[in-house]
Each structure stands twice: as C-alpha cells, then as structure tokens.
Write a protein that binds this ligand. Sequence first.
Ligand code: DC
Length: 250
Amino acid sequence: MPLDPDGRSLAARVAAGYLLPVTAPIVAIDGPAGAGKSTVARQLAGRLGFTMIDTGAIYRSVALAARRADVGWEDDEGLRKLLDSGLDLAFREDRVLLRGHDVTEAIRTPEISRGSSVVSARPVVREKLLGLQRELGRSAHAGAVLEGRDIGTVVFPEAEVKFFLTASDQARAQRRFSELSEKGLSVGLSTVLEDQRRRDKDDTERAISPLKAAADAILVDTTGLDLDEVVDRCFREASARLKHLNSGQP
Ligand code: DC
C-alpha cells in the first residue's frame, strides 16, 4: 500500500479528507470548424499531461469507412451494420488508424469533411459513438481533453472544465485554407469558406446534438489571437478549476 511521507496510506489520506477520490478529469473543447480546437486541445493536453481525443476524427473515420464499404452517408441501416461490425479505430500519437491503416490524411479531404458532417447528423451514428467517446475519455490515465461539437453538452455534461472556442468565419476559413495548402491540397479559399458555411449550418441546425455552447462553458473568441495566447489562457483557466476541484472547496 503506498504511504505518504507522514506514513499514512492513500486510503487513510482520502478518509482524512486530504485527497478526494476522483475519476480522471475531463476537459471539453467545443466549437465550430477552424476555431483552433485541435491545436489548442493538443497543446493543452500536453501541458496538463492529459490524453487528447479528437472526436471529429471519429466522425470522419465513419464517413471514410462508409465510403470504402459503399455505404451511403444517409443510409441508416448500412451505417448501423458498419458500426455494429466494429469500426476498428485506433489513435497512435498523432496518427489515426482505421482497420490498421493510417488514414490521418485521408479523413481530412474536403469530400470526407462533407461526409463527416452528413453522417454526424444521423442519430444512429451519434448514438453508437456516444459510448465509444465516453469510454475513451474516462479510461484516459491522468485525464482527457476531448474536442468536438457536443462534448460539454451531451458526451460529458459533467466535464470538470468546458471551453467553447469561436472565431469569425473568415478567420476560420483562412486557417483551414492554410492547413490544406500546407498539406499540398489545392482548394480555393472561397471553396473552403463556402464548405465551412454549409457545415456550420448543418452542425448548428441539425435536430440531434446541434453545435452550441454549454451554459457553463468558458467562451474564447480566437479571432486575431495567436494560438499560444489561446493555449495559455485555456491552461490558466483549466489549471485553476482543476486545482479548485481538488481542494474539495465548494
Ligand atoms: O472537428 P471536425 O471538423 O474534424 O469534425 C468533423 C465533423 O464531425 C463536423 O461536421 C462536425 C462533426 N462532429 C460532431 O458532430 N460532433 C463531434 N463531437 C465532433 C465532430
């Protein structure tokens, strides 16, 4: 049994109120595409020593798996079968593996972006992915930073810390455009903006789990902000809240 420097066991310290028995804390980062969620989530997770879970990559992988299996993105029965047979998705550091194959780049094309928006509006898909996301989050060793659209509202409404990141749609499209250009994908800025507006509309207007900020989320507008400033702010807020929770004070 592990003892602290005063010779007390861990259980005795919990009983004495020195430590609270908590499950791994969850930090939720929601917001529209291109607000900087992935980069902020990755860096914040690194600084907190938490696992980062990109839930958009899960929806993207469903769209890709459906395309490869010749299942339509609106074919609920086909999607159900596909998910029941097991998605076989794994995250290895920064790579996404689908049935053992690296699909990190394949899930980021404009076509699959569109497909992920379509499949994410299907209740059967959201329902099947809910358990998977909860399992991934709660099984993270020290804690998890999950980024998506409905983490703080639906997947983990009890998350210890919630952020909602936004930015003007011009700023978001410019970021996505630069990302795609860096990867050698030639897509015009106006196409990116148009695609993004359509996805924003789909994401905010869908009947199930629409994109919206949780009432208790910390709102961060990243327009014109340097990513380091955003990460610093989120890190300060998250650390303060987690410290406060660990203190056991109301
Ligand atoms: O964050 P992203 O662009 O990689 O997300 C891809 C799509 O998946 C996007 O259209 C929104 C959807 N999504 C969702 O509905 N819920 C999530 N938790 C994450 C992503």
